[in-house]
Design a protein around this ligand. Structure first.
Ligand code: COS
Length: 389
């Protein structure tokens, strides 16, 4: 699956224009109001951003992974809150249905996800199941009564991105025994009786993104809400979704690094000390050089891995590609942390003040090393695969 070159170039150019003309000027407003303006969300829908990676037959644009990464890179060049509005629709919220759903599930859900009419979010994490995702405790109890076959879901999901906006969740629950093989992935509508949301999380950064708990108290869903219709496959679905999501995050991290570098170069050219622009000092140039080289390495890695992802037969699990996605996620998100830190350093005292962009990016990128698997989880995945292979 891929968009033809010409159409993709046009799309990328219009995304670049949209970011420069509409999103960058609205960054301060998003930070102050902790909200993405609704007219911007409408424009995102009109541009098709909610359906970037959903195939055309289900109403999306049908980007390949490499193309999605190129768009994610651009979206990294502005406040991450903007991408977050549709990020779960493009990625972790919908991909499980696309990868493992039945044809009926795809036809029912994906066109609404692609248009942005339905916001989907991904509910895996729980208060006691973060890195150890296979230990999740949310129960899915099968019941059979006069109204048919159902599952009754009870438990709490934590830090769920876009939960306050979501119309439905891809939600992992335990339908059997312990461990990964007892987990099933459900499509759960947000308006079902018994489903409620916790209060909005107060975060270090990424103002304008919305996360909160999702609480399930005896929520009844039809038995055919299980993605693919087969219980016990949910952990694998979640892992496949995360492989893809980790690549997307790698590209996003590179885009932020590019923006922070641009901000730092502009400041270094402008700011004068000791009678000249600080950019003329080699110690400042060294920091810029380190950031540029690391960004180049990270982006090369993300692009290479995305091409490998596209080259494997669709739907097939390739542990080598999963391992490389973890390499890219680990390197790029750690890299952007260092680039943001140098950005603050180059800005000096001004970089600590919240009117500078680098101060905000410094806080915003901290999350990238945590969500969709911490750096330490990526190390475990890489290390295990090296020993196994
Ligand atoms: N693709 C497909 N299947 C996968 C997979 C992948 N990338 N990774 C693992 N699996 C399969 C395994 O093959 C195994 O299947 P079998 O039982 O048939 O052999 C099953 O899933 C269990 O895998 P594993 O034994 O590796 O599970 P672990 O409990 O050891 O967990 C980690 C593995 C730690 C890698 C996993 O829990 C993880 O990614 N944790 C981080 C969760 C995360 O990213 N959270 C962020 C929340 S979303 S913002």
């Amino acid at each position: 699956m891929a968009l033809d070159h010409e159409s993709f170039d046009l799309l990328l150019a219009s995304v670049q224009r949209f970011i420069a003309d509409r999103l960058v000027p609205a960054e301060d407003e998003v930070e102050t109001r902790d909200e993405v303006p609704s007219d911007i969300v409408d424009d995102m829908k009109a541009m098709g951003l909610f359906g970037l990676s959903i195939p055309e037959e289900y109403g999306g644009i049908g980007l390949s992974m490499a193309q999605e990464c190129a768009v994610a890179y651009e979206l990294g060049r502005t406040s991450l809150a903007f991408r977050s509005v549709f990020g779960t629709n493009v990625g972790i919220g919908s991909q499980g249905i696309l990868m493992d759903g039945t044809e009926a599930q795809k036809r029912e859900i994906l066109p609404r996800v692609a248009s942005g009419d339905l916001i989907m979010s991904f509910a895996l994490t729980e208060p006691d199941a973060g890195s150890d995702a296979a230990s999740l405790k949310t129960r899915g109890q099968r019941v059979q009564d006069e109204s048919g076959s159902h599952y009754v879901l009870s438990g709490t999901k934590r830090f769920i991105t876009n939960a306050p906006r979501a119309g439905a969740f891809t939600l992992m629950a335990r339908t059997d025994g312990d461990g990964p093989s007892g987990i099933s992935a459900f499509i759960v509508s947000a308006d079902l009786p018994g489903l409620s949301l916790g209060k909005p999380d107060k975060k270090m950064g990424q103002r304008g993104t919305k996360t909160c708990d999702v609480i399930l108290d005896q929520v009844r869903v039809p038995a055919d809400s299980i993605i693919g219709g087969v219980p016990g496959q949910g952990f694998k679905t979640a892992m496949k979704v995360l492989d893809r999501g980790r690549l997307h995050v790698s590209a996003l991290a590179c885009g932020v690094a590019q923006r922070v570098l641009e901000e730092s170069i502009a400041y270094a050219r402008d700011r004068r000390q000791f009678g000249r622009p600080i950019g003329e000092f080699q110690l400042i140039q060294a920091m810029l050089a380190d950031s540029q080289a690391e960004l180049y390495a990270g982006w090369s890695m993300a692009q290479d891995c995305a091409r490998r992802y596209d080259a494997k037969p669709a739907g097939q699990i390739d542990p080598d590609v999963s391992m490389r996605a973890s390499c890219a996620k680990m390197f790029c998100t750690e890299m952007v942390g260092r680039v943001a830190d140098r950005g603050v350093q180059i800005h000096g005292g001004a970089g600590y003040m919240n009117e500078t962009k680098v101060e905000r990016f410094y806080r915003d990128v901290r999350l990238l090393r945590l969500y969709e698997g911490t750096t330490q989880i990526q190390q475990i995945i890489i290390g295990r695969e090296l020993i196994r292979a």
